[in-house]
Design a binder for this molecule. Structure first.
Ligand code: FMN
Ligand code: SF4
Ligand code: SF4
Length: 335
């Protein structure tokens, strides 16, 4: 059996979920996989599993302001040189499907290549926002169901060594450059986090789970230090919504998405983004159309389409269009 490790930074669990799905699929190809959770502690102490003990290396992160989180980039920079030119892949999750996010892995790709890793594959998984605003349940379910199918495709492509990578464009390069201000902003804004004493039940979850070891309790009060990565884990998971996020408090999303529960709940449609979708989410359709085609090419069935993949694969462009129109007739219209 071959060994795979994914070094993953995940604030609120979206990226971690995807890594688990991919590892589960890789096990079908005889890979024994594990996830190493990147923390400030691991970065500071340089205590982490050596990638040279593994045959396949993954790195995974959530998109933060058109970039990877600073802690993630700094951690990847610490990885030692690849002694056997091991294959490496990148997984990222982010809340928007737009190509303006496409340059976020550029620095990491450079580090990996410089250290002699054979970088072959980068995939962007669309998952709900953990900041800005809460995505509707139907969309969260759709994203989760898609991630499951996409993970099968990712595993297949990773194992085959097929090259796939997000393409930078001028807009993504500019936004990636400008977005780095978030690294400073996260540090500065981190000092402005506060716990509302009247709401707090002193459960200690925020301090225990902060991946940056940034929350400490002194004299009965919670303090936020200078290592915040703005991952939103503390604010999202506080059972009393007692943590305010400084200057970004208006963008707070409290309460984790209940993906597994949503997936099992038949009353929630997983066909949220469809041909009839209007408003902001209409822009997500192109992403799912592309993923649908990719899944079909991989011999899989896209979650929002009920047809045999073979049947779809042999349709002409016109037939596919007509099919989708028919399929979405019963779909939900979203505003
Ligand atoms: C500080 C911050 C900045 C973000 N910036 C972006 C962004 O530029 N583009 C995007 O699509 N999503 C952005 N997101 C949303 C996350 O990438 C998305 O919710 C991701 O799935 C979270 O993954 P996690 O649960 O593993 O942390 C941002 C989230 C945070 C907390
Ligand atoms: S998670 Fe919320 S309720 Fe629990 S200690 Fe932190 S602030 Fe208080
Ligand atoms: S303080 Fe909160 S937002 Fe900042 S790194 Fe810790 S858990 Fe994440």
């Amino acid at each position: 059996m071959k060994k795979c490790i994914i070094y993953c930074f995940s604030g609120t669990g979206n990226t971690n979920r995807i890594c688990k799905m991919i590892l589960s699929e890789l096990s079908q190809y005889d890979y024994d996989g594990e996830i190493f959770a990147i923390t400030y502690e691991a970065y500071k102490t340089k205590q982490f599993p050596n990638p040279n003990d593994y045959d396949l290396i993954g790195v995974a992160y959530p998109g933060h302001a058109f970039n990877a989180p600073q802690l993630f980039n700094k951690f990847v920079k610490l990885l030692p040189k690849a002694e056997r030119g091991q294959q490496a892949f990148i997984i990222k999750s982010s809340g928007e499907p737009f190509s303006v996010n496409n340059s976020s892995s550029n620095a990491v790709k450079r580090y990996l290549k410089k250290k002699g890793y054979n970088f072959t594959y980068e995939k962007h998984y669309l998952m709900p926002y953990n900041i800005m605003f809460r995505y509707p349940e139907g969309l969260a379910k759709q994203m989760y169901l898609y991630a499951f199918e996409m993970a099968k495709c990712s595993a297949k492509k990773i194992v085959s060594g097929e090259k796939e990578c997000l393409k930078s464009n001028i807009a993504s390069l500019i936004m990636c450059f400008l977005g780095k201000i978030e690294w400073f902003g996260a540090w500065f804004n981190g000092f402005l986090f506060k716990v509302n004493k009247r709401k707090c039940i002193d459960c200690g979850l925020c301090a225990k789970n902060c991946p940056a070891q940034n929350i400490t309790k002194k004299k009965g009060k919670y303090h936020f230090g200078g290592h915040c990565t703005l991952c939103c884990r503390c604010t999202m998971n506080c059972p009393k919504d007692a943590i305010s996020m400084g200057l970004l408090n208006g963008l707070r999303v409290n309460g984790a998405y209940k993906f597994e529960k949503l997936a099992a709940d038949e009353s929630v449609s997983g066909n949220y983004v469809n041909a009839k979708t209007k408003g902001y989410y209409k822009n997500f359709s192109k992403y799912y159309d592309k993923i649908d085609a990719e899944l079909v090419a991989c011999g899989l069935t896209p979650p929002r389409i009920n047809f045999a993949p073979d049947e779809y694969a042999i349709m002409t462009k016109k037939q596919k269009k007509a099919y989708k129109k028919r399929r979405d007739k019963d779909g939900k219209t979203n505003g």
